[in-house]
Design a protein around this ligand. Structure first.
Ligand code: ADP
Ligand code: ZN
Ligand code: ZN
Length: 632
């Protein structure tokens, strides 16, 4: 009699055994309903054994194996088993983590009208003809569907009431949700508005395409603006044309709307879905199912999407592969980038890691020949930005701003160009200090320091989230000589507002972009030149194209050189290269000014020459000497 080993979503680090008289090895990977602690739970069959670890008569039988839906395949499980083992996480918990939340519980969404394509039924076409004239909104929605199937997002965009009306339509049987009739056919990828590739891009694309069907890790090292996305798109097109699915992993969907838009536009007729935490449970499940069934040919997702079942996977791309958000840092800890490489190896397919500033580990793998290194060394369009250091040793700074930097901003503002002042610290000042006794505002809950947020009149810990009031007098000595020390975005914003009363200044950090909706509107204002000076944190560094931004000024970069984290300089280089890449995305050459007390530091010098490889080679020597990763 087969004994099932079942993964359950419970905080116990083991699999659970159940009897199942009718089960076969076909059922491994399927969901199963079992009795658990006087309740009923849903789990996943992780494996099957002949003998139980307890007397067989003490085993409970499973209630039902859910055979009406696809389960994890052996290949899917293989990746999860590897991850659980490699990252020392209980297998059961790892399997459940790879499952969409709505599948971990019993009452699942019964084909909720979310994912898939919406089509007008014949009844709907009839209904449309009989609608009263007043029903103009319904008419408009149905007419849109009459032109052809739409995905939910497109449908919802038609009218604010679209979601509510869709429910009515489905209830009446006028609209069906699911794959369109011709979903089985392989739609030919259609490259719309694709520019001709540069020689470098063509070479990289050709090498990746030639590797389809075999394990081949590729590091695509391309400076910002060198057109890496175009290489991805062509490689995806080739994979889709070959009848395979493509998985594109990105750090954060919210921050990479351009790539998502590009895919929707380029592959208008290829079913593509995205998978990230911004989706509702129903939509996420529908998209996951579309990927699992093979219906979706392109999957764009964040780190967790690395586990998505993709029966015909042919290509994996990891964009901005150095990005820290590919690491899951709590619970089931893993690096999605590294798992992408493992998955590619397990499934025999090429994996492309793209970045302007790869993780040192990836670069080392490429330099030592384990990965193929493909380089894009030329920026498309404008010349790369001019990067210069402003030596602040002995200089008089006003609120942290040097005279040459203020002049440069004044110049740009006068010309109607935009400037970005980058400071990687939100709030007003990083710490409050007492000039009488030296007391500093430390956090009561952790060992970090409390950041002064002047607008809200709060002291906040950016590490643990503690909040407190700003004291009127020093808690240690009672003196009133409390003063903010150092700069944060709020202070820089205030200082610039005082210096440039006519300039329109916008602050962009996690405090000002609290609500999700705020950001698209802010982006629009920047693009439409409604803003002269941006003050922002690294939130602004990633993948945004601001055509009128020509000056990037960096404050306080040195603080990261003092960090005790051995990866700090690697991160600083990546961050600065990314921020610098924001300058001069339009036609003009951009300028980047970095205030520093170490203008001759090798990091800044490599950055000025845009020479990641020189920087990385140097750092590798240091790491080897110090006995740090990737050498240990
Ligand atoms: P990266 O991701 O490497 O920083 P992008 O992929 O964003 O660079 O490309 C930078 C810009 O160059 C984009 O505006 C893109 O549309 C444009 N571009 C890319 N490839 C080409 C090409 N072959 N011809 C013309 N423009 C291109
Ligand atoms: Zn004091
Ligand atoms: Zn704290």
């Amino acid at each position: 009699m087969p004994i099932l080993r079942v993964a359950l979503d419970v905080p116990v680090a083991r699999l659970f055994e159940y009897r199942a008289d009718d089960a076969s090895s076909e059922d491994i990977g399927r969901r199963v309903v079992v009795p658990f602690a006087k309740k009923v739970a849903v789990g996943v069959i992780a494996g099957m054994v002949d003998a139980a670890s307890v007397p067989a008569e003490r085993l409970k039988p499973v209630l039902r194996v859910l055979r009406g839906e696809p389960g994890f395949t052996a290949a899917d499980l293989k990746l999860i088993v590897f991850a659980a083992d490699y990252y020392h996480y209980p297998l059961g918990a790892a399997i459940m983590a790879a499952l969409p939340t709505s599948l971990r519980r019993l009452r699942t969404h019964r084909s909720q009208p979310t994912g898939g394509q919406l089509t007008l039924t014949e009844a709907g076409a009839l209904g449309l003809q009989q609608l009263p004239v007043r029903a103009s909104r319904q008419r408009r929605l149905l007419q849109a569907l009459e032109q052809g199937p739409l995905d939910h997002q497109a449908f919802r965009a038609l009218a604010p009431q679209a979601t509510g009306m869709l429910k009515q339509f489905i209830a009446r049987g006028w609209v069906e949700t699911g794959p369109p009739a011709d979903a089985g056919a392989q739609p030919a990828p259609e490259i719309r508005t694709a520019p001709p590739l540069t020689a470098e891009q063509a070479q990289a694309t050709a090498e990746i395409c030639a590797a389809l069907g075999a394990f081949r890790p590729v590091l695509l090292l391309g400076i910002t603006g060198s057109g890496k996305s175009e290489v991805y798109l062509h490689a995806i097109a080739a994979a889709v044309a070959a009848g395979r699915q493509a998985l594109l992993l990105v750090p954060e969907i919210a921050l990479t709307p351009q790539l998502e838009g590009l895919i929707r536009d380029r592959f208008a007729r290829v079913p593509a879905v995205s998978l990230h935490s911004g989706l509702g449970a129903g939509e996420r499940l529908a998209n996951w199912r579309a990927a699992q069934s093979g219906r979706a040919r392109i999957v764009l997702g964040t780190r967790l999407a690395v586990f998505t079942p993709l029966p015909e996977l042919g290509l994996i791309i990891v964009d901005e592969e150095h990005d820290a958000s590919f690491k899951q840092a709590e619970g089931f800890r893993y690096s999605a980038r590294d798992l992408a490489v493992v998955r590619a190896q397990q499934c025999n397919l090429p994996v492309v890691l793209g970045s302007a500033t790869p993780a040192l580990e990836s670069y080392f793998n490429a330099a030592s020949g384990r990965y193929r290194l493909l380089a894009l060394n030329h920026r498309i369009g404008a010349a790369p930005p001019r990067i210069a250091c402003i030596d602040t040793r002995g200089a008089r700074l006003e609120d942290g701003l040097s005279a040459p930097l203020l002049e440069a901003i004044a110049e740009r503002t006068a010309r109607g160009e935009q400037s970005l002042v980058f400071i990687n610290r939100r709030g007003y000042a990083p710490v409050l200090i007492c000039h009488a006794c030296g007391w500093v505002s430390g956090c009561h809950r952790c060992s970090a320091q409390l950041v002064l947020h002047l607008k809200e009149r709060r002291l906040r810990c950016h590490h643990c989230g503690y909040q407190g009031q700003v004291p009127m007098a020093c808690p240690a000595c009672g003196s009133q000589q409390l003063a903010p020390l150092g700069q944060g975005t709020q202070r820089v914003e205030a200082a610039l507002a005082e210096r440039f009363p006519q300039a329109r200044i916008m602050r962009i950090d996690r405090d000002s972009v609290r609500q999700r909706q705020a950001w698209p509107e802010m982006r629009r204002r920047i693009r439409e030149r409604d803003v002269d000076v941006l003050v922002g944190t690294q939130l602004l560094a990633k993948g945004h194209d601001f055509p009128h931004l020509n000056l990037v000024a960096v404050l306080n970069a040195d603080s990261m050189l003092y960090s005790t984290d051995f990866r700090a300089s690697e991160r600083l280089f990546a961050l600065l290269a990314q921020v610098a890449g924001r300058a001069g995305r339009g036609k003009e050459q951009g300028t980047v000014l970095i205030q520093t007390e170490f203008p001759h530091h090798p990091l800044y010098r490599s950055l000025q020459r845009q020479d990641y490889r020189a920087f990385a080679d140097n750092l590798l020597v240091e790491r080897r000497q110090a006995g740090f990763p990737p050498f240990v």
